[in-house]
Design a protein around this ligand. Sequence first.
Ligand code: PHE
Length: 397
Amino acid sequence: MVMNRKPALLLAGLAALALVWAGCKGAQNEGAGGGGATGQTPDRDVILIGHYGSMTGDQATFGKSTDNGIRLAIEEINAAGGLNGKKLEVRTEDTASDAQKAETAVKRLVDMKVTAVLGEVASSHSMAGGPICQRNQIPMISPSSTNPKVTEIGDYIFRVCFIDPYQAAVVARFARSSLNAKTAAIFYDAGQAYSVGFRDEFKKAFTQMGGTIVQEASYTSSDKDFKAQLTRIKAATPAPDCILVPGYYTQAGTIVKQARDLDINVPILGGDGWDSQDFHTYAGANITNAYFSNHMATDDPNPTVKKFVEAYKAKYGATPDALAALGYDSAKLLFDAMKRARSLNGPDLRDAIAATKDFDGVSGKITMNAQRNADKSAVILEVYNGTFRFKERIEKP
Ligand code: PHE
């Protein structure tokens, strides 16, 4: 194209102005590609929400369930008219069960100029994505990351679930009081903040309750054969009355199977990371005497839970897990805050989320405490021949 000098100068001036403006915005718009925004201009009639989750990889059921829950919530919100005539829309970015990819996924959502971010499930992934939301002043709500460090990132980072010091104490209480275990071994995932934090908190709680940890061993997410560590655990003296495996379902299911194959028959305990129908694929259908803490039981007869389970089944033809419920709750709570917020800009929306009180979630009543966490009770589920069933509720361990 041929241009005469004047428009060219004008263009150069505009470009310079744009640069200055971008500079003033500081980190406001961090691009995924490092070479400037690749994002689309948001549609003014739509409120765009971002979700980053493990849609593929060895935590794939976490992302898929959460995304289903979020989409169900958004469908209901839009059917009821949306917000001031605007519809909500969600963009999902896959983290592929990988912390580094989680970071890139959030950068992509920032480029798309989302109003808020939902995710991730795994604590290590939320710890990778959270700082980007914090720097860009975009509120982030993790549905289900339980490591305390996630919300310690800053005042834009929230969660709708309890945290691991509580969850691990619940499991310790169950071991001591319901199983009468005096000794325990711990077999944890050294590469996951969730697993390492859970180990620490369980150790603290179990010993405070008069128990003794007799053996510790670790694995990483790429391991497939756990027999060497399990054999060491089996040989510990005194013998463990139970084994804690605070990992995610792919490895935890395999570990439970291999433990039984080695004739290790003591109770095996876990946390919410076991919650996946795929657990049974790895563990096999004949596992008993294994228990884990979770956010809720989806067979709870409570009317809010029932209504959600029925709506979910109608839409997806499957029974939801706790992750689906927490994904749903995170989207509904975000929307509730949007309705109360003075505007949808970052600081105003952050303030509205922080002010959430007694929100009636499927996973329980949610009040944001001063640390931006939710104080809620936990349940113990039992692994029983290819299913999970409600065992007990523990309010105060
Ligand atoms: N709490 C786990 C974490 O922080 C994630 C999780 C939550 C997994 C709920 C399953 C169910 O990493």
